[in-house]
Design a binder for this molecule. Sequence first.
Ligand code: FA5
Length: 348
Amino acid sequence: MSLQEQLAEIKAQALAAIEASDAEKSLNDVRVKFLGKKGEITSVLRGMKDLSAAERPQAGKLANEVRDAIQSQLDEKKAALATTVLNAKLAHETVDVTLPGSPVMQGQPHVIQQIIDQLIDLFVGMGYEVATGSEVEEEVYNFEKLNLPKDHPARDMQDTFYITPSILMRTQTSPMQARMMEQHDFSKGPLKMISPGKVYRRDTDDATHSHQFHQVEGIVIGEHITMADLKGTLKAVAQNLFGDSLDVRLRPSYFPFTEPSVEADITCFNCHGDGCNICKGTGWIEALGAGMVHPNVLKMSGVDPEVYGGFAFGLGPDRFAMLKYGVEDIRNFYLNDVRFLTQFNQKG
Ligand code: FA5
């Protein structure tokens, strides 16, 4: 067989092998077999030495043409195979947009946080600033500057977790009264502040007491602030949380940092004053402590009681949440049972 015939034969075999290949691997085998260093074209070219000088260029040209033809067929087939693989993959990965999706659980703020957020919205709307303060507090701010010197019997009202003799877990949010009064520049207008946050007491946990609970402190100090302003503010709180028809009444009480001091009751949201088991037949529910800030407290924070005065209150969002939703045991709020907590989804 002449060299030309051998090359024609190789070309025909290579193209047929390419045609028959159905994967990149077998295509590569074809390339090695025909175009590789030890491939068929190379071994044919080795026979060129037996040709005459006149025949050699022509044979070389033909060999190159055959090599190029095989190579371009290989490239074409390789591209075609890649397209087939891609199409198969795309067909397999098709997303059926009509299939129902898997539901995703959406979180929500804790019910007590919802009450706190509602109170923040209300007070910010009335021009109050929000200051959270620190749960680890200095004894001086938690007690002394609130008119509770050491050995004052009223300290027993709030049994305390001490960290050192002078550092404690705050038992109330009232320390923020003193801290904010010290910082405030009264020449620029009155101080109006609420302070929401966690507080700690060595109370024995029961249905209405937790050793860790929440308070929202409120304070307004300026000129000509009266008890009527306090009552109006508390009424706004009650109506915002429980409904427009509710009223507030103030009863005399005692707190060392306010004089006079009051306990505020709100109309029972359940019976609207008629008397029921929730309000124990009185028509009223105990809601919070409040009063007019004691002159000693003002003085200790550098505020002149002859010029400035005002009110403060401290309410318990845990108790408010219990009242609002008829929850009978405060401990439910801290057990983190999702079935319990998801009942209170404000967004419905
Ligand atoms: C105080 O803590 C005062 N600092 C409130 C205050 C502020 C009075 C400013 C005057 C001026 P009292 O100890 O009553 O007061 O607590 C306030 C509220 O916190 C209570 O009305 C109640 O809602 C809540 N509370 C008190 N102890 C607990 C407890 N162990 N668990 C859950 N809530 C509690």
